[in-house]
Design a protein around this ligand. Structure first.
Ligand SMILES: Cc1ncc(COP(=O)(O)O)c(C=O)c1O
Length: 429
């Protein structure tokens, strides 16, 4: 099989005609398929159904510190839930604040607080002429939506297989006091699936920030989300690295059980230095009378305060792994030999990130939509929805059943090929 880039214009035209026949056949099937959002499938949600019976009259409604979880009180979380989240973030449970059902909500609230009140006695961001955030790309669209909401200027930071370009990060953070934050998903990053190297994490901990209120927003959403039992990459513990570097206040770390138990029905939380946590407690003392402790108790009991997480995650992996392998195998067979895209084969997380030929992503998403397959909009994994190369498409294989996923991928690959042959013809014309 020939690389498309080695074909003559006549060969490309011929290929396009053949692809159009397959494409029109797909359209005629009038399928309605979706590979857009990283939601767990209902079979995955079924794994944790026993959680619903974890808090009953028989086994009690009280947390170990004697709180009746059905009542007010315990604003910052019950000890069982602190230990559960500490097991995910590998930190001291006493340094964990348990929040509501969504870690994204906690990130939003912290940024909102920094905007209106300022962090650690610094000027509220809303009163500054300019505030910037560093955004490793491609990244999580909802992170970027939060910073965009507050009018924060977002700066793209390129990534490779080791994580963000740290030369560029150091240049900004160490010299520019308007840089107040950096988004990070250090493990099985959304959407690339990569894990930050030890060196990257050490350099992040060692940042000599120009702004006292600069923080790394370290979203460890996929800390335990392995696809393989015998291949589980570990990353350096940022907390220890920050303490070692003498910068204990430089990060906020977040996690949740959203993709461990129930998406949107889990518990979320954070860890940080005591200095940072006391500020978060100030915010929470005003913003809430306390989150849902019955749900904290339910999640903590079901997950045995973290001890059951590896077993639960392997049940998820058994469902997810064949889907990821299907996607990667199909790309390897159909796209690799034609030289019209690249991807990383992830060992965990929720996404496969496909890099099409430059200038093709929007067209692929459009073609797929017209053939009945909904994909994440091209550009979504970039600040302001703008992919400078118009190349990245995030594939979310978790939700559709295997049969639908295979149909959707077949259509996706026809669209990739079609957009690529057309692009190459344009370039040759
Ligand atoms: C990187 C990342 N962070 C956070 C979330 C959302 O987590 P939560 O349900 O705890 O708000 C997601 C969900 O897709 C995610 O990919």
């Amino acid at each position: 099989m020939k690389y498309y880039s080695e074909m003559t214009i006549e060969e490309l035209k011929e290929e396009e005609e053949a692809l159009m026949i397959s494409y029109e056949a797909c359209q005629a099937k009038e399928l309605r398929l979706n590979m857009a959002r990283g939601k767990p499938s209902s079979v995955q949600l079924d794994i944790s159904n026993d959680m619903l019976g974890a808090v009953t009259k028989r086994n009690g409604y009280h947390s170990e510190d004697g709180l009746d979880c059905r009542n007010y009180g315990g604003t910052f979380g019950i000890p069982e839930a602190q230990r559960t989240l500490a097991s995910i973030m590998e930190c001291n449970p006493e340094h964990v604040i348990v929040y509501g059902n969504s870690s994204l909500n906690l990130m939003f609230d912290l940024i909102s607080y920094a905007y209106t009140h300022g962090l650690n006695g610094n000027t509220p961001w809303g009163k500054l002429p300019e505030v910037k955030f560093l955004c490793p790309v491609p990244g999580y669209d909802r992170h970027f939506a939060v910073t965009e909401h507050f009018g924060i200027k977002m700066i793209n930071i390129p990534m490779d297989e080791n994580g963000p370009d740290m030369d560029m990060v150091e240049q900004y953070v160490n010299n520019d006091p308007t840089v107040k934050g950096m988004w990070c998903v250090p493990k099985f990053e959304n959407p690339e699936g990569i894990c930050y190297s030890d060196e990257v994490i050490r350099r992040m901990a060692g940042l000599r920030r120009a702004a006292d209120d600069f923080r790394i927003y370290y979203d460890n959403a996929y800390a335990v989300h392995y696809l393989y039992e015998d291949d589980q990459p570990k990353i350096l513990n940022l907390i220890d690295a920050c303490v070692e570097a003498g910068h204990p206040d430089i990060y906020f770390e977040f996690c949740s059980t959203s993709k461990i138990t129930y998406a949107g029905g889990g518990i979320s939380g954070m860890t940080a230095s005591e200095n940072n946590l006391s500020e978060v407690r100030n915010l929470m003392s005003v913003s809430t009378i306390g989150y849902d402790k019955v749900n904290m108790l339910r999640n903590a009991r079901y997950l045995k305060e973290g001890a059951a997480i590896p077993e639960v995650m392997m049940k998820h992996a058994a469902i997810l792994r064949p889907k990821f392998e299907l996607v990667v195998n199909m790309l390897e067979e159909e796209i690799g030999p034609r030289g019209i895209g690249s991807w990383v084969s992830p060992k965990g997380g929720y996404f496969v990130s496909f890099h099409a030929m430059k200038g093709c992503a929007k067209e692929i998403v459009r073609l797929a939509k017209e053939a009945g397959v909904v994909l994440t909009p091209a550009g979504a994994p970039f600040p302001y929805g703008k992919d400078p190369d118009d190349s990245v498409i995030r594939i979310a294989p978790s939700l559709p059943p295997m049969g639908e996923l295979k149909d959707a991928m077949e259509i996706f690959m026809i669209c990739v090929k079609l957009a690529s042959v057309r692009k190459l013809q344009e370039e040759l014309a």
